[in-house]
Design a protein around this ligand. Structure first.
Ligand code: URA
Length: 473
């Protein structure tokens, strides 16, 4: 029986059903893949017999994965187990059975290959301006025949664009919402695109030289996938420079101020509800802020920066470790990703006023490290005093709030960022507000496909806020 390379699962199921109903024993069948010589019944399939066969659900799930393995023996092995199930109904739960163990291993390999495909396929933009739908293509070399079973995942994930995944085995395309499978192809020339730089920047930023484990890294991201992934170009250099960077990090490790036992007096009641000082006094007033306890352990208050009449104000959460030391917003890993995406969105960071909802770094000491802690609602509300004062001084036309803390400070609601992002809304003073993801959130997403999609969303939202800020009144 020759199995086609497209529709393999259905073809195997139909063939196996026909054979078992006709009581054809495993030793009388020769199975093969399309490219192999024809088997016993290629020209003379058996007539359907009378035997009704009930197959356990566990076997169906197993077969649905194993058929995509690249071992030519898989079809015969599956059929042998199917045959044995007739007389041994509990075979599926026999952990010592060698046939089943071999099938389970194949199932694992196929699932692993699907996982790698989801993680390492890199789409390039092949569309032309003016096309109704954006168009992307990717080249990938899967170990097993996983294009067909994985295509629905990509259709769900990237349903709003046309795409093709070209492989030497089978190629899938998704055009106008329809998946089509075709024979494999040779590698086509694909353009590099803007996201290549993003992936490389992202990869450099999440790389921690102090935690370098080359073997673990290569097992998670096997070398065979590297050549089609832009970010991997940076790996050899990062490995080479890791020891020097660790030394540098140790030298630069922050000294943690002693935790004060005494609580800071609550100033809220005495400070009033609206900043009434002049814009010129604001910088000094924020630097001296003791409205909540966060100033106790932070190195300094990190002030907003940018033109005092900027049309666009960008609000983050709070300074991170590097910002706390440098005294400037968004200069650490999140800032690097922000800069990269802003540039790609056509936004010159220098032209925007960049600030945070909370001005002091909140952290928990852990050894020599300071671990970021999200500010609580009370801290955000105390600091809103300064954010409101900055808004009154700068009078931006548009505010881009990155992350849940900024959304809380500006809308009183920090829920459902994914559902609320990406549209302009009007605040009480007529300022337009766009909510979006925080760059740190994107850096924390482990699934590369999800991370890529979230970065695209942030880039789009940056472009939207930028466009709105340029519009004449
Ligand atoms: N995250 C923020 O929200 N702000 C910064 O300044 C840095 C990281």
């Amino acid at each position: 029986m020759t199995m086609p390379s497209i529709g393999t699962a259905l073809a195997w199921r139909d063939a196996a059903r026909t054979l078992i109903s006709a009581n054809v024993p495993p030793q009388s069948v020769t199975w093969g893949d399309e490219a192999e010589p024809p088997g016993l019944w290629d020209t003379d399939p058996p007539a359907v017999g009378e035997t009704a066969v009930t197959v356990p659900r566990g076997f169906i799930a197993l077969a649905n994965a194993v058929v995509w393995h690249n071992d030519p023996a898989r079809f015969a092995l599956l059929y042998r187990v199917l045959w044995r199930l007739r007389d041994t109904p509990h075979l599926m739960s026999d952990r010592a059975d060698a046939d089943l163990a071999a099938l389970r291993q194949m199932e694992k390999n196929v699932h692993r290959c699907q996982h790698k495909m989801k993680a390492f396929v890199r789409f390039r933009d092949v569309g032309t301006p003016g096309d109704a739908r954006r168009s992307f293509a990717a080249w990938f070399e899967p170990t097993h025949h996983t294009v067909e079973p994985t295509a629905p995942f990509f259709a769900r994930r990237f349903g709003d664009m046309d795409w093709r995944i070209i492989t030497p085995d089978v190629s899938a395309s998704f055009i106008n919402g329809q998946i089509t499978l075709a024979a494999g192809q040779a590698k086509p020339p694909l353009p590099e695109d803007a996201s290549e730089q993003l992936w490389t920047t992202y990869f450099r930023n999440i790389f921690n030289p102090a935690r370098l484990k080359v073997k673990a890294m290569q097992s998670e991201m096997p070398k065979k996938y590297w050549k089609n992934m832009p970010e991997t170009a940076a790996i050899p250099e990062m490995i080479e420079n890791a020891p020097a960077r660790v030394q540098e990090m140790n030298r630069a490790a922050p000294t943690i101020p002693p935790l004060r036992a005494a609580k800071v007096l609550k100033h809220v009641a005495t400070l009033g509800t609206v900043w009434s000082g002049s814009p010129d006094e604001l910088t000094a007033a924020i630097s001296a802020c003791t409205r909540c306890d966060l100033h106790c352990n932070a190195t300094q208050a990190v002030l907003g920066e940018g033109p005092s009449d900027a049309a666009l104000m960008i609000v983050g959460e709070q300074p991170g470790d590097q910002e706390d030391l440098a005294g400037r917003p968004f200069v650490g890993p999140a800032g690097k990703l922000f800069d990269q995406l802003a540039k790609e969105a056509g936004l010159d960071r220098e032209k925007a006023y960049v600030t945070n909802a909370v001005k002091h770094f909140k952290f928990k000491p852990q050894g020599r490290r300071r671990i970021h802690q999200r500010p609580n609602t009370s801290e955000v509300l105390h600091c809103k005093w300064w954010l409101d004062a900055e808004r009154a001084a700068v009078k931006p036309k548009v505010i881009l709030a990155m992350g849940a803390t900024a959304a809380l400070a500006l809308t009183g609601n920090c829920s459902d960022m994914a559902g609320r992002r990406g549209v302009a809304r009007i605040l009480a003073d007529d300022t337009q507000l766009v909510l979006t993801f925080h760059p740190s959130y994107i850096l924390r997403i482990r699934d590369p496909g999800e991370r890529h999609a979230a970065a695209n969303d942030l880039r789009r939202d940056l472009a939207l806020a930028h466009r709105l800020s340029l519009k004449p009144e």
